[in-house]
Structures are given as C-alpha cells and as structure tokens.
Ligand binder design. Structure first.
Ligand code: BGC
Length: 929
C-alpha cells in the first residue's frame, strides 16, 4: 500500500457549487473539490467519496473510482431525506501514483422535500389590502401620461410592513433547531429580540406564483430553555410593492403573508414543531411604509421595544388569519441570498444653498445608507438618492417614471444617538441629498451599505493602463450592484431581469464572480414563465402586467436576442462552469423557444415585401423578419431607441435565429441527441444562406448598414467565405467614417472586439478600446464614471446630464474580452478542464494580468513586456492542462514539451498544472499590409 502523500490534498469541497448549504431540495446534489499540490503536471486518476448522515450511517461509499472527474459528481447513495444533514469527505489519487489523505469533512443539509413535511399554515396579518396602481403602458409613461402626484399624496396608498410574533416554550434543552420560512412579501426573522441571520430581502425575487423559495435557518443558538418568541417583519417587497419600469403594484397579490415552521430537536431526541398558525399576533411597527422603489418611511417614535422578546406585552395586537394557499410553488432556497456585502464611507459632504446636505460616496452602488443621528424628537430627515450631479454640481434626480422616488424618511425618537438604516428597500445611487437634518453631517456619521447577492468574486483583471483598470472596476461594480436577487438591468428605474441584458453580459459575469447557482435559480423562472407557444419573456420574473403591457406595445411577448437568453445563458454556464445539468434542465425550454421562432420565420412575410418572386418568397421562411424586436438596441448614432430597433430588427432577429440553432446543435451534441444536432445544423445553414441572398449585396454591403449588423453577420457566420472580406471592409469603413468610434447597440457589442481581432483588425479593436471620445468605454471613464452607463452619452460631451441609468451592465460586456484576449485566459473544455492561454501583448500595454478561480482552482495569466521580451507567468490548476499559444515566431527560451506551430505560425504547447514562467522575444515580423 502507498503512503498518504502530504503534498497532495483536497479542499474547497462544494455541493451544488455552494459551501455547506443548509436546506436544499436537490435530490441528486453534485459534489466538487479542488486538488492542491506543490507538484507540477498533476491530474486526478481516481477518487473515493464517503457520505454519512447525521446518525453516522454511511449512505454513499463510492470506493475507489477510476476517474479524472472532480467537478459535479452526482450523488448516488441512498435517497436523501428531508431535514437530514450529510457529511462528506473525499480522497484522490494522482498521475504520479500518489494517494491523498481524506479531506476535511464538508456537509449539506436537506430542506423539506415533501409537501407533507409542512405542518404550518399560511397566515395573514390584519392589514389594509395593498392598493393597485392604475394600469399604465410604457408608451404612456414616456409620452408624459403620468399623473403628477407628490410623494405625500401617493404615500396615502402605501401601507406599513407588519410585525408578527408568537411566543413558544422550549421544554427541554435543544440540540438542534431549524426555522423553515417564507413569505408573501419580504421578511426578516427575529428570535428573542435578535435578528436571525444576515439575509436581506428573503425569500428573493422569483416568479412567486409558480416558484417561491423558503429559507432554512439554524436557530439552535437563539433558543433557550423556557419562554421564547419568534418575530417576523414582513414588508411589500416585490410581491405587492411597486416594481419594474411601469411601477405597477400587487403583481403577485395584495396581502402580506407568512409561512413558518420551527422544528426543535431536544437533547433527548424528541421533536417539537412550532408553526405559523392562529397563535401569531400582528401589529404595524415603526415603518409607515416600505417600498423597494419609492423608499421607506420610518417613525422611530413608534418602535415597540423588545417586541420579539418574551416579556413584551402585545396589547392592541391583532389576531392573524390562517389562509389556504397551495404549497405547490414552494422550493428550497437555491443559490446565494442578498446580503450587506460592503460598506463605503463618504468622500465628500457639502451643503447646498437651500441648506440641504449632499453626501457623495464616490461610487455608484445599489444599497442604502446607515446614519447615526442625534436630534430632537420628531425631527424628520429626508434622504433622496441619485447617481449623478448635474452639470453645475447640483443634486440631480437622474431617474424618472412612476414611483421611482428613492426617498427614505426618518422621524427621530430623540433620546440620544440613534442609528437608522432602511430595512425593506434599496436604491441605486452615489449621492444622497439630506434635508431636515438640523446639524452638519460628519463623515463619521454615515456610511453606504452595498447590497448584492452573496457571490464570491472569482476574477481579477489588471493592466498597465489605469483607465482600462477603471473600466474593469466599473464593470465589476455594475455587475455586483445589478446582481441583487436577480440579474437586473439597473438598480433604480426598473430592477428587472431583462433577459437580453444578461445574455450579453453573462460571459463577463462568469469571469468576475461565481454566478453559476445565482443564474441557475433565475433560469428556473425563465423557463417556468415561458409562454405556452414557446416565447421567452423579455424580463423575468414577469409579473401580472407583463401581458397587458406587451399587448399595449404591439402584442409581442418576446424579442430576438432577449428570448435567446434561454439558450445562450445555459450555454455560457456550461462552458464556464462545466455544469451539464444546466443544459439538461433547460433543453426543453430551448427547443420550445426555437420552435416558436421557426414557426414565426416560416409563416411571417414582411408587409413591405412586394416582390412576389417565388425564389425570394421561398427563402422568407428562413428569415425571422416580422414582428417587433428591440433590434441592436441603443445604437449611439440613432437618437430614438425605437428607431434603432426598427432599422435593425429584421437582420438582428435572423442572425440570432441562426446563432441559436447552431448553439442548440452544439447542445444537442453534448446531450447525445445526434438527430437534433443535425436538424439544427441544417436549419442553420439554410438560414445563413437565405440571409446572404436576401440582405448582402455583391460589394458586401448589408441592407441595414450599421456596424452592429456587420458584426453580428460576421460573428454568426451569416456570409459566405467569398463575401467575408468584403463585409469586413464595409465594417472597417463604417468604423473609420465614424472617427474610429463604435456605433454598436446592446446585441452586437459583445462581439465587436472579437470580430475585429479575428478578421485581422486587432489594431482597430485596440483603437476602439483606447478611444476617449464619445461613444467609447474610456469616454465614460474620463467623465468620471464608476459604473457602466446605460447610454454612452448619459453625460454628453458638453456636460449635459441625462435622465438615464448610470448603472447598466450591458455595455460592460467588453470585460469578457479583456480577460480572454488581453490577458489571454480562455476555457477550452467546459469548466476549464483544459484551457487556452493566449495573451495578446501587441495591444499597446506593457503588462496585463488576470486571475480566475475556476471549478478546479486558480487559473492565471500575467505578462510583462520589456523592450521586445515578454515574461509570461501562468498558473494552471491541478487536474487540468492548458495550451499556451504565443504569437508567430515568438523566440521562446527553455524547453517546452510538444512545442508545435499552428498554421499561422503561432507557437503552441501544452502545460500541466502548476506555476510556469515563460520568456520569449517577440521577433519583428514584416507586415505586408
Ligand atoms: C431596460 C433595458 C432593456 C430594454 C429593452 C430598458 O428599459 O433598461 O436594459 O433591455 O429596456 O429594450
């Protein structure tokens, strides 16, 4: 027998890519681990996993399995049971014949797997029903159809969050206690006066009618022998509050409700269960109202001290109603919850002439402020939030629309120092205007609390140009602050899960943070909310006004490039995380979407097509050229967004039709469905052929003559080899005519840089990268951006500040290219089982480095250029290999195994795991162009 090798160990054990998850309901959870070693070129050759339940019974013992798989191993032991905790450990063998020691124990715990596990009843506190806002369409909002009602007037329709309490007795010493809880609305849980956990906005935003998560809390340390009290505060949140662009309320219901089950296991093994039932009582608390968009109003004078403690007398509290709601939509929490993730201190506080104080946090965020206040009783302090100041440095409300106030109001109780932080709202802001505060606010009195879903930062990118680093910073901040419960377009005006925005940004997102379980959860809603005819909504969760709003808007429920998220996003997750189940889970929804698109293409003939030439008519069925689409949304040179939609939609839709068929062919292949693979491939070639015939002339000019259309056509292979270079020339000309500035919208921009680099126009790509005139990434940076803006000219060159979102991640999709092209980290096999390291040191920088935490471990590439010598350091995780690709004729020092040259002269070799230092001289190559 071999001795255990201390230099080979296993760590970072995860279940469903989460560490020690509590209360999951995945019945076949997947286990993954990292292998660590000082040795180079290490691959796993076998593993052994043992899982035991909380009685110590072995429920799965794989014995030694010959396999190099260390990611996403399906649990295959005895069926998992509700409430049980499972501990697991793993050991591995490597390609040097070494055997590791057992890893440390990791664990997961199951939630309530069956509906019968729920003994609790839904309860509703005494409350006025939430008021439904008048129906209004997006058009009406933007054509000035909004009633101008002050916040005070509208506040009459807002109602207070409710406090719910229930005393209970723990007869004996508690060994283990769990609370399973969810709500209609968002809630916070307390036990004996202490807040339980640090989750914000539970139960997260999902398509509540069909998918409502419950959370599991370990409350063992909160319970004492004898009298205890459960307390829950429930507020409107997404369930009844005013949400999305139109600010409609009551999208899921008009009453707050609670479902809760506390299970205590005493030390003697007996179980006691306390549930939400008629023993709860409720009362409004100090919150006058709390709305995710409007803000909250908190009257500290109405606080009921120690209301969730046992000596509190709940006089005047109301009885609650037990109500019947189906339990069918309940699932356990999957993936990260929202938390207070960071804090920022103000960088400036100044007073305006009217006496209001403006606090600048130096960074655009999503979150809220926490302020310490020492003022007389009844002092009313008002906090307004905005992302930008106007041209003259004055406070400027950049967001318009219905119920977009972002104003918090605090009424002081006035007995010394008090601290206020809103609980049931968040805002998109950098600046806060405070009025009604009688003193000068000191920098130490206030901080900004940054909220987002608790995901690990996995990627870092840095280079020798500070402006590009600021760009990367802006991308990361737009990502963090828009990944709040769902992937949102912006944290102020809409907070909505626009599918198109996410689709373009997903590859970047998967570099910066571990978004796998976060997006997996959101995809559940995307497919649950798929329409019966296969359409995928433009934003998810949709809510009850989605269809009427769409009807008023032309009737389409989906758009090309938005609906395609159902194919693109799972594909990105598969590629970046190696997660195959995401493809399986979404496959049916993908094919339904594709059938919808196909049917649209086959049956729709554009009105303008007067030409009845049968050949032309025949090819129409491969063109998705009817209906409304957002097109290459927000092309900078077209001032009216709808106009950019109309002028590009036919071609954009057809490109996406082709792209999705090809992806679906790939996905079918991965899932072992060869007939579907070839069916989609054939369809893809028909679409491409029809596109070229219909839209591309002999000079390579495309009928919708915009940069974005050329980019999509090239990226999605819509033109034949013969015409390709002509099409490239057209694109290059357009960029030159535009003063070396981009003119691309949401859907084409993710491919802009890659297309140029692929087509031998890398210099042009670099010129766009370093461009500082509007529109460009560095224009925003030079205008002081701290996040990515919705529109390049949100601050126009003459300084005019627009009523725009200053925090939309879509145009930040260049981040993916910075990692992949500049630093040169690319996945090869899914999940980076094999990767490609191909840095581009000709990009005008003197150094660049990127580091990525993959499912296998750290993968990094860091290069430094001195004269014409490049020092490249790479780190490759154990159990993976990387192919290093260097520029043509790189004169490389040292011996590298298997060094070969690619067709275009690039130097190529494969390295195993470990840190490698590579040095090469860039040889001068004569360029004949
Ligand atoms: C959102 C977007 C979204 C778009 C659809 C906007 O209001 O903010 O980011 O994709 O509508 O065109």
């Amino acid at each position: 027998m071999l001795l255990m090798d201390r230099d080979l160990w296993v760590e970072n054990l995860t279940v469903e890519s989460q560490k020690h998850p509590l209360g999951i309901d995945v019945v076949t959870p997947r286990l993954s681990w990292w292998i660590q070693t000082e040795q180079h070129h290490i691959l796993q050759t076998a593993y052994h996993v043992i899982v035991t339940d909380d009685d110590g019974t072995e429920v799965w013992n794989t014995e030694k399995v010959k396999s190099d798989q260390s990611l996403w191993i399906d649990y295959q032991g005895t069926p998992l049971q509700s409430r049980k905790r499972y501990d697991w450990k793993v050991k591995v063998w490597d390609n040097q014949g070494r055997e590791s020691d057992w890893s440390q124990l990791a664990s997961w715990e199951m939630g309530l797997l069956k509906q019968e596990d729920w003994l609790a009843s839904w309860i509703e506190p005494e409350q006025q029903e939430a008021v439904e806002e008048d129906f209004i369409t997006i058009k009406e909002i933007f054509s000035g159809g909004l009633k101008a009602e002050s916040l005070e007037e509208r506040a009459k329709n807002l109602r207070p969050p409710q406090l719910l309490r229930r005393p209970f007795t723990a007869e004996k010493r508690v060994k283990k206690a769990r609370v399973y809880v969810t709500s209609h609305g968002i809630y916070q849980l307390e036990l004996n006066g202490r807040r339980v956990g640090d989750i914000e906005f539970a139960p997260d935003f999902t398509a509540y009618d069909v998918h409502l998560q419950y959370q599991t809390y370990d409350v063992t340390p909160y319970i004492h022998n004898g009298d205890n009290v459960l307390g829950v505060i429930v507020a409107d949140g997404w369930y009844t509050g005013r949400i999305q662009l139109t600010g409609h309320s009551c999208q899921y219901g008009n009453k707050l409700g609670l479902l809760l089950q506390l299970e205590m296991e005493y030390e003697d093994g007996t179980i006691e269960i306390v549930t939400s039932d008629e023993n709860f009582v409720s009362s409004p608390g100090p919150w006058q109202y709390a709305d995710l968009f409007i803000g909250e109003k908190y009257d500290a004078r109405l606080e009921q001290e120690a209301w969730s403690c046992s000596n509190f007398v709940a006089s005047g509290w109301s009885e609650v109603n037990c109500v019947n709601y189906s339990f069918e939509n309940l699932t356990a929490q999957y993936g990260p919850s929202v938390k207070a993730m960071e804090e920022l201190l103000p960088c400036d506080i100044h007073m305006e002439e009217d006496g209001s104080q403006i606090i600048d946090f130096g960074q655009t965020i999503a979150g809220r402020i926490q302020m310490s206040i020492n003022v007389p009783r009844g002092t009313t302090i008002c906090m307004e939030h905005s992302e930008v100041l106007d041209q003259d440095g004055k406070f400027f409300m950049n967001i318009m629309g219905r119920n977009k106030d972002q104003i918090d109001v605090y009424i002081a109780k006035g007995n010394g120092m008090e601290t206020y932080e809103p609980s049931f709202t968040y805002h998109g802001f950098r600046y806060v205007r405070v009025t009604g505060h009688p003193h000068n606010i000191r920098k130490t009195d206030v901080k900004a609390i940054v909220l987002y879903s608790d995901m690990e930062t996995t990627g870092h990118f840095k280079c020798s140009d500070g402006r590009v680093n600021q760009l990367q910073h802006n991308i990361q901040w737009s990502q963090k602050t828009n990944m709040l419960s769902i992937p949102t377009d912006c944290p102020q005006r809409e907070k909505a899960g626009w599918t198109g925005d996410l689709q373009v940004f997903a590859p970047t997102a998967a570099f910066n943070m571990d978004v796998d379980s976060f997006l997996t959860r959101w995809l559940v809603d995307v497919r649950l909310e798929q329409f019966p005819d296969g359409q995928i909504a433009n934003f998810v969760p949709t809510g009850k006004y989605y269809e009427p709003e769409s009807a008023a808007n032309g009737g389409e429920l989906s758009s090309a490039g938005w609906g395609d998220a159902i194919i693109i996003v799972p594909w990105v997750l598969y590629e970046r995380y190696g997660d195959k189940r995401i493809l399986e889970e979404n496959f049916e929804a993908m094919t339904k979407w594709m059938s919808y698109v196909r049917q649209k293409a086959e049956t729709g003939i554009p009105d303008h097509l007067e030409d009845r030439d049968p050949i032309r008519l025949e090819r129409q069925k491969y063109l998705w050229n009817t209906g409304f689409h957002f097109g290459d949304w927000l092309i900078p040179s077209i001032k009216n967004p709808m106009e950019s939609a109309i002028r590009t939609k036919e071609l954009v839709a057809t490109c996406f039709y082709a792209n999705s068929t090809l992806l679906l062919a790939e996905i079918s292949k991965v899932l072992g469905k060869p007939e579907m693979e070839s069916m989609y491939k054939d369809l893809n070639s028909q679409i491409r052929k029809a596109f070229e015939e219909e839209y591309v002339d002999d000079k390579g000019r495309i009928s919708s003559h915009f940069q974005g259309i050329y980019i999509l056509a090239l990226q999605m292979n819509m033109v034949s080899e013969q015409k390709r270079s002509l099409v490239v020339n057209q694109l290059v000309e357009l960029i030159k005519e535009n003063g070396y500035k981009l003119d691309t919208g949401f859907l084409s921009i993710p491919y802009l840089m890659d297309v140029l680099c692929e087509e031998g126009q890398a210099d042009l790509a670099y010129r766009l990268l370093y461009q500082t005139e509007c529109p460009s990434w560095l224009y925003e940076v030079e205008k002081g951006a701290t996040t990515i803006w919705e529109s390049w000219s949100a601050i126009s060159p003459d300084g005019t500040v627009g009523h725009m979102s200053f925090n939309h991640y879509a145009f930040g999709c260049i981040g993916d290219w910075l990692y992949r092209h500049i630093a040169g980290i690319k996945h090869d096999q899914p999940g980076y089982k094999t990767s490609i390291i191909e840095p581009h040191t000709d990009c005008g920088l003197t150094f660049a480095k990127a580091k990525l935490k993959t499912g296998y471990g750290i993968l990094s590439s860091s290069w430094l250029k001195k004269n014409h010598t490049v020092q490249l350091e790479i780190e490759v995780p154990a159990n993976t290999t990387a192919t290093v690709i260097l520029p043509p004729n790189a004169d490389i020092t040292g011996d590298w195994d298997g060094l070969t040259y690619t067709g275009d002269g690039k130097v190529k070799f494969v390295v195993g795991s470990g840190i490698h230092q590579i040095e090469y001289a860039e040889k001068c190559v004569l360029n004949s162009k």
